[in-house]
Structures are given as structure tokens and as C-alpha cells.
Design a protein around this ligand. Structure first.
Ligand SMILES: *[C@@H]1O[C@H](CO)[C@@H](O)[C@H](O)[C@H]1NC(C)=O
Ligand SMILES: *[C@@H]1O[C@H](CO)[C@@H](O)[C@H](O)[C@H]1NC(C)=O
Ligand SMILES: *[C@@H]1O[C@H](CO)[C@@H](O)[C@H](O)[C@H]1NC(C)=O
Ligand SMILES: *[C@@H]1O[C@H](CO)[C@@H](O)[C@H](O)[C@H]1NC(C)=O
Ligand SMILES: *[C@@H]1O[C@H](CO)[C@@H](O)[C@H](O)[C@H]1NC(C)=O
Ligand SMILES: *[C@@H]1O[C@H](CO)[C@@H](O)[C@H](O)[C@H]1NC(C)=O
Ligand SMILES: *[C@@H]1O[C@H](CO)[C@@H](O)[C@H](O)[C@H]1NC(C)=O
Length: 409
């Protein structure tokens, strides 16, 4: 089963992010903005500067005490007045990291950023002078698209007569705990196209955090170069990246669960890497890790509904058809059965959602595969827990507008 279950990879130690996107092996046409500008400091005429701990800034996902982002698709959100927003990124920003950002409900724009100042919103940015009804205050949102690279916020700047505005959080929170699948590895815009992001953003009215990292096991073992598994790493602020090891060595900051809104729903998709013979995790170790992990998640989030997702683990051709491999099918169900009387652990059966052609050559879902998973999970959450959909139109999945405007083939 080795051939379809290689789920990750030695995490590349690239010093620099590259923003060329390959689609079916061809260079994808992109329109990334060049936002680099001369440094803006607290004294620069025409600008008002806020520090990274300004109360108006809402950080999404996991950020550490130095305002460095971690894990998959972390974000920043705030309201602002005026027509300009610039951000000064700190020295711990991955060089050239691709970020998505938008104003109000207009489409995401992309730019690659490095340490230094980037002028992201200016009077020519779409959405600033829209006709009524006009969304006020203007919201600014930013997401890191990748799972290993990150940014550090040093300062946020608006024009001198303007200000930042604190936006309230949505009332509900969902947390995704996963590996490369949840973090969108090999999807077009990586974490920003993955099913974790697509579910969280897809609801349109919930806060979400994606603590997922490629190659990571549930069991605390070295898997594909990730030194620790999620039973350890999930309790840390940073992920298992090379970047984290450079900044924190083996002593990451602990994540302060009490200082952040508790998750109402936790969706776990873990075990595909444990299930790979390369990582030496036995089925007994996996099951006992899962049993204790669920207890630990319940301890930090006593009111959360915990959903255990079954694993598809790729497809193989058999005879003149295809079949799903699956991983730890019985073990995951047994963990669910162990806890089900408590009422807070649920089993999401993913079998039948994906077909063999929803998996790309690098063993991960295509963009379509991610959307299928996300759509089913969202409907499951709506029916089971009564979470209504809050998205009203602004795009969630960027550049998935494939169309046909001819007829009669
Ligand atoms: C993005 O990053 C690449 C490589 O780091 C760089 O050459 C390019 O000029 C950057 N800007 C845009 C707008 O793509
Ligand atoms: C701003 O100007 C003051 C007074 O000229 C100076 O002491 C300070 O270092 C400057 N700050 C920055 C960030 O340039
Ligand atoms: C932010 O940090 C600065 C400098 O460390 C401090 O003076 C300020 O009070 C902090 N502000 C908030 C809102 O925590
Ligand atoms: C918005 O209005 C300002 C002046 O009020 C103008 O300078 C700017 O070009 C306008 N932006 C757009 C996108 O139309
Ligand atoms: C797995 O076990 C084999 C044989 O004992 C060993 O060579 C290999 O280093 C182990 N791999 C890991 C990731 O521990
Ligand atoms: C992976 O899971 C499958 C399905 O439950 C099981 O048959 C297989 O033994 C597991 N393999 C490893 C290496 O854990
Ligand atoms: C999951 O769904 C598949 C396909 O419908 C079914 O064969 C399987 O029995 C289900 N598993 C569980 C545990 O219900």
C-alpha cells in the first residue's frame, strides 16, 4: 500500500518561498501584486502607526508572543478608516511568502511579502469607493497561504487622519487538527485551498484555526522528519517546521488555550502518516495515542464536540476498477465507540465522498477533492449541530471558476 500512502515528504528546507504555481505541470497564470514600498516608521509623514499588540488587531489561528504566525493559513483581521493600509513585516517573515488579502467582501488579492513594509491597500484598491449599500467599517483580512512559511507583524499603518477599528469575533469557533490533508498540501493555493480553510471560511460566520502540518503523525513519533506528533505538538504555539526549529529549537512556546476562545467543534483528521510503514507506528500505539488525545482535547475544550474523521488514504486500481485504501478504519471507529456514550465524540465517515480522480499525483486531494470534503463536512455540521451557513457571496475558494460558455458539443 506504500504507493498511494506517501503523505508527505521531507519538508523542504527552502530559504525562500517561490510563487510560481504549477497546474497540471503548466505554469498557472497569476496576478500577484507588487506591494513592496519604502519603510514606514512611527515618524513617517502621512502615516499613523500601530504596534503589533494593538487591541484593534485580531489574529486568527496561532501566533506567538513575537507576533510570528504558525501552522496553516493563519490570519489577521481588523477594520480601518481611510484609504490606505500598509504592514511592516518583521525579520522572522519567510522571504517571499505568498499572502492573500482583501478589503470588505471583494475577491482576494495575492502578493508575496518579505521583511519590510508593504503597501497593501490604497485608493485604487477595489472596494474602497463601492456604491451603496457600502460595508463600513472597511474590513481588512490577510491569510498566509502556506502551511510552513509565515509572517511576523511588526506594525500596521493607516493614513494619519485614519484609524484602526476593532472588529468583534464571531460567536462560534472550529478547530481543525490534521496533517498535510487538512493543511491543503499540493492544493493550488495550499492551505488557503485546503478543506480546513474551506470549511472554516465556508461557514462565513465562525472563527477557525488550522493546527495541521504535513507529514505529522497523531502519535508522538518522528514522522517524515517532523520530530514530534500531534499529541505533543498541538499543545505548542508553533508547528514542526524547520522555521520553528530555527527560532525555538526544542522549546516552543506553549499555546495558552485559556487566553483564546475555546473551540465549539474540533475536527480531527489524523493517522494517514501513522499508517505508513516508513514511520514505525503500530496500530496499538495509534489507537492508544488517539484515546489519550481525545481525552486531552476534551480537557482543554470541555464543551467542544469532537469529530473523528475516517481516513481515505488514497485509491488503488484493482482489476478493471478502483478502490479506496482506507487507514486505521477499525481503530478510529473503536476510539469513537469508546467515547460515544459521553455524547461529545462523533464519527464522520468520509468514505464515498472522494473518488480516485479527486486525488492528485502527489497523493493529496485536488482542489475539487478539497471542496467535496468541505461541502460534506459543512452539511454534516449544519444538520448535526445546527450551525447555519453564514456566507452570503464573497468568494471562499479563490480561482475555482471553471466555466463552459458554449453549448451543443
Ligand atoms: C514575488 O516573488 C518573486 C520571487 O521571490 C519575485 O521575483 C517577484 O518579483 C515577487 N513579486 C511578484 C509581484 O510576483
Ligand atoms: C522618531 O523621531 C524621534 C524624534 O526625532 C526619534 O527619537 C525616534 O527615534 C524616531 N523613531 C523612529 C521609529 O524613527
Ligand atoms: C504594546 O507594547 C508596548 C511596548 O511593549 C506597550 O507599551 C503597550 O502598552 C502595549 N499595548 C498593548 C495594547 O498591550
Ligand atoms: C476612490 O476615491 C478617491 C477620492 O475620493 C480616488 O482618489 C480614488 O481613485 C478612488 N478609487 C477607486 C478605486 O475608484
Ligand atoms: C523505523 O525502524 C527501522 C528499523 O528498526 C529504523 O531503521 C528506522 O530508522 C525507523 N524509522 C523511524 C522514523 O523511526
Ligand atoms: C493501515 O490501516 C489499514 C486499514 O485499517 C490496515 O489494514 C493496515 O494494517 C494499516 N497499516 C499500517 C502500516 O499501520
Ligand atoms: C462508512 O461508509 C461506507 C460507505 O457507505 C460503509 O461501507 C461503511 O460501513 C461505513 N462505516 C461505518 C463505520 O459506518
Amino acid at each position: 500500500m506504500r504507493l498511494f500512502s506517501v503523505l508527505c515528504c521531507v519538508v523542504p528546507l527552502l530559504p525562500q518561498a517561490f510563487s510560481t504555481i504549477l497546474q497540471n505541470g503548466q505554469v498557472r497564470e497569476t496576478h500577484f501584486l507588487n506591494t513592496r514600498t519604502a519603510p514606514i516608521t512611527a515618524n513617517t509623514t502621512g502615516w499613523k502607526t500601530y504596534g503589533p499588540n494593538a487591541t484593534e488587531l485580531s489574529y486568527k489561528g496561532r501566533w506567538d508572543s513575537k507576533h510570528i504566525s504558525w501552522w496553516a493559513a493563519p490570519g489577521l483581521k481588523f477594520g480601518f478608516s481611510g484609504q490606505d493600509v500598509a504592514i511592516t513585516f518583521g525579520e522572522n517573515t519567510s522571504p517571499g511568502v505568498l499572502v492573500a488579502y482583501r478589503v470588505a467582501g471583494l475577491d482576494w488579492q495575492f502578493t508575496n511579502v518579505s521583511a519590510g513594509t508593504h503597501h497593501l491597500v490604497s485608493p485604487s484598491t477595489p472596494g474602497l469607493n463601492a456604491t451603496l449599500p457600502y460595508q463600513l467599517p472597511l474590513t481588512f483580512e490577510l491569510r498566509v497561504t502556506n502551511w510552513a512559511y509565515g509572517v511576523q507583524i511588526s506594525a500596521v499603518h493607516v493614513s494619519s487622519s485614519s484609524k484602526l477599528i476593532k472588529l468583534p469575533n464571531y460567536g462560534k469557533t472550529i478547530e481543525f487538527i490534521g496533517d498535510s490533508l487538512t493543511s491543503g498540501m499540493y492544493a493550488t493555493y495550499e492551505a488557503f485551498s485546503g478543506f480546513g480553510y474551506t470549511i472554516g471560511a465556508g461557514f462565513g460566520n465562525v472563527e477557525f484555526s488550522i493546527t495541521a502540518y504535513p507529514g505529522i503523525c497523531l502519535t508522538d513519533a518522528n514522522c517524515w522528519g517532523n520530530p514530534r506528533g500531534q499529541t505533543y505538538q498541538w499543545f505548542q504555539t508553533s508547528d514542526t517546521s524547520w522555521r520553528a526549529s530555527q527560532i525555538y529549537g526544542t522549546e516552543p512556546e506553549k499555546w495558552d488555550f485559556g487566553a483564546h476562545p475555546a473551540a465549539d467543534i474540533v475536527l480531527i483528521n489524523l493517522g494517514t502518516n501513522d499508517n505508513n510503514t516508513a514511520n514505525n507506528v503500530t496500530s496499538e500505539q495509534y489507537k492508544s495515542s488517539y484515546l489519550s488525545f481525545v481525552a486531552q482535547v476534551h480537557e482543554v475544550y470541555p464543551n467542544a464536540q469532537i469529530i473523528l474523521m475516517s481516513l481515505w488514504n488514497g485509491f488503488y486500481s484493482i482489476g478493471n476498477s478502483y478502490a479506496q485504501a482506507g487507514a486505521f478504519i477499525d481503530e478510529i471507529y473503536q476510539v469513537y465507540e469508546h467515547y460515544k456514550d459521553g455524547g461529545y465524540v462523533h464519527y464522520f465517515n468520509s468514505t464515498g465522498i472522494l473518488q480516485h480522480n479527486d486525488i492528485a499525483p502527489q497523493y493529496h486531494p485536488t482542489d475539487v477533492g478539497h471542496i467535496k470534503i468541505a461541502s460534506h463536512v459543512m452539511q454534516y455540521i449544519r444538520i448535526k449541530f445546527g450551525w447555519e451557513f453564514g456566507a452570503v457571496g464573497p468568494e471562499v475558494q479563490h480561482e475555482t471558476l471553471y466555466w463552459n460558455d458554449e453549448q451543443n458539443y
